[in-house]
Write a protein that binds this ligand. Structure first.
Ligand code: SF4
Length: 340
């Protein structure tokens, strides 16, 4: 194959979701290279902060840093998604910045608020995929199911890892599970892998008291789901023998939220009459639910520049007071100024 014509496809990181995305792209683009951005480090953030608009919201900077490092590694096709807040403008601005920096690449903006499988299929064909539409739908379904399985496994890990009795036993199994998922080709083998690791995880020794401290984490999606960006808060809480619950996941955002919008507003328990954008409404709804369930603490994570999460703050403070939440902590992820 002519290396010059070969596409090297890359995308930014968020938690462990590079695994299902890599799996999907490998199936769709067998003749091309799929190269996830290198894992996030201090350098990623420095690069992103150096070349981003100073006051843009924080996830933009992480994504931009991922792109620069991916381009340095040889990527020539970059993929970005989009959403209902400023996320919807990320792609255009990031493309302009990267072109100004002199990189030569193709930039693909995937979707706005709604998943349209046929449009995605057409797009994949223009990028050189040779799978048929039924095959495309099968791999899309495999990816959806893989994301759901990852989210279920990670929910179990979050709630129990703080109580493991063999150091790093949960993390080792999680790593093995993710490594196996990369190679999964069929829904049947996905289910088999899931069943195996779900059973192995549940059989790991853990010493979890019934009255352990329970903390729920709410807030902006990226900084909730990308551990580097929230200073590995879930890990830190677990080290202190705390059960951590988080309900914002990709399964929730992509597959559940679109059909539950009205219900989510109701679940805010009267604290909100109208939606406040992005994940702000979810933060209020989930905090109400955590408060009703008697959680000891709620941590609200919001990155600098995130209007929807700032909008949610007064309601969250009221929930904290009304339900007498023992620990209500609001965490602002700083704007990460341009390095000198
Ligand atoms: S949710 Fe907030 S931080 Fe995230 S992209 Fe939208 S405005 Fe930016």
């Amino acid at each position: 194959m002519n290396r010059i014509l070969q596409q090297v496809i890359s995308f930014p990181h968020m938690g462990n979701y590079h695994v299902p995305i890599t799996n999907l792209l490998n199936h769709l683009f067998k003749n091309h290279i799929v190269l996830p951005a290198p894992p996030i480090t201090k350098r990623t953030l420095e690069l992103g902060s150096r070349y981003s608009p100073e006051f843009v919201c924080v996830p933009f900077k992480y994504n931009l840093g991922n792109y620069i490092e991916a381009l340095e590694n040889g990527a020539n096709v970059l993929i970005q998604a989009g959403g209902g807040c400023r996320f919807g403008y990320y792609a255009e601005i990031q493309e302009l910045i990267l072109r100004d920096l002199g990189y030569d690449f193709r930039f693909i903006k995937l979707f706005g608020n709604k998943l349209n499988y046929y449009k995605l299929y057409r797009l994949s064909r223009t990028l050189g995929s040779d799978v048929s539409y039924p095959q495309f739908l099968y791999y899309a379904l495999l990816t959806k199911k893989m994301i759901e399985k990852i989210d279920v496994i990670e929910e179990y890990i979050r709630e129990n890892i703080g109580f493991e009795t063999q150091e790093n036993s949960f993390e080792h199994l999680q790593e093995e599970f993710l490594n196996e998922l990369i190679k999964v080709n069929t829904i049947k083998s996905l289910n088999k892998t899931y069943k195996k690791y779900s059973g192995l995880l549940q059989s790991l020794p853990a010493d979890k008291p019934g009255d352990c401290l329970k903390v729920g984490i709410v807030g902006e999606l990226y900084t909730l789901m990308e551990p580097y960006s929230n200073y590995f808060i879930e890990k830190e809480l677990a080290k202190n023998k705390i059960q951590v619950s988080r309900f914002i996941t990709v399964s929730f955002i992509l597959f559940e939220k679109p059909r539950l919008k009205k219900r989510i507003l109701k679940e805010t328990g009267g604290y909100l009459e109208f939606e406040i954008g992005a994940d702000g409404t979810d933060s209020v709804a989930k905090s109400t639910m955590l408060a009703k369930k008697g959680y000891d603490g709620i941590i609200h994570i919001k990155p600098f520049g995130c209007t929807p999460e700032v909008n949610a703050m007064p309601m969250l403070q009221n929930i904290g007071k009304d339900y007498k939440i023992r620990y209500f902590i609001s965490v602002l992820i700083p704007r990460h100024p341009r390095p000198a």
